[in-house]
Design a protein around this ligand. Structure first.
Ligand SMILES: CC(C)(COP(=O)(O)OP(=O)(O)OC[C@H]1O[C@@H](n2cnc3c(N)ncnc32)[C@H](O)[C@@H]1OP(=O)(O)O)[C@@H](O)C(=O)NCCC(=O)NCCS
Length: 176
């Protein structure tokens, strides 16, 4: 099936319904169940907090989506340019074919030239570390998600792990 052409492109306003449907299908069969991740994606777009939003399609049919949103971050008293990865979803019939990985890698590649130094994610600690996310890097940052599933990845080779910091997610996360 992977030999069908998979394309990844920036999501647009007209894609909101498709994005919601992708997350509903993806999360409904996951261990967590669907908790409105599609609505979160829509709200992040509507509030202007979406930094990078990518849609994966197979022959024009949406099969996956990832969004990176603005997050206000301070490290040892200094602001950092940062983004939060959420939500990420691939429809069940297309999972385990590398689409999630392709979306994450394409998203990180799009964030770097925008000057994003740090990317946070809350999620599975066996999946995200394969892209370089580390629990250790997120640990000093105080946020509602601080804990064992809170990870960060540095896109800035000069960035040092701070002693203390904070990470304030976009307002849409408060409704989630
Ligand atoms: C998580 C998800 C986005 C991964 O996308 P994908 O296209 O299926 O993943 P990939 O093909 O890139 O990678 C597959 C690998 O990830 C692993 N994997 C998939 N979902 C995983 C999960 N929730 N936790 C840990 N590992 C997972 C698979 O076992 C597979 O491992 P392998 O390479 O060792 O065989 C997709 O499974 C999904 O939409 N799940 C439901 C929604 C969800 O959980 N989103 C993430 C919230 S943190």
């Amino acid at each position: 099936m992977r030999n069908k052409a998979i394309s990844i492109r920036p999501a647009m306003r007209g894609d909101f319904d498709a994005i919601e449907a992708v997350h509903q299908a993806a999360f409904s069969v996951s261990d967590f169940g669907y908790n409105g991740e599609g609505l979160l994606a829509r709200q992040l777009h509507e509030t202007g907090d979406a930094v990078v939003s990518l849609l994966a399609e197979v022959e024009g049919t949406p099969v996956g989506h990832v969004l990176f949103s603005h997050i206000r971050v301070e490290a040892d008293g200094h602001p950092l340019v940062a983004a939060a990865l959420a939500p990420l979803g691939v429809v069940p019939e297309w999972q385990d074919r590398g689409i999630g990985a392709d979306l994450i890698k394409a998203g990180l590649a799009a964030l770097k030239p925008q000057g994003v130094q740090l990317v946070f994610v809350v999620g599975n600690t066996t999946y995200y570390p394969r892209f370089g996310f580390k629990v250790e890097l997120a640990k000093p940052f105080d946020s509602p998600y601080t804990g064992p599933y809170f990870m960060a990845l540095s896109l800035d080779s000069n960035l040092l792990i701070p002693e203390k910091g904070s990470a304030e997610f976009a307002p849409a996360f408060a409704n989630f």
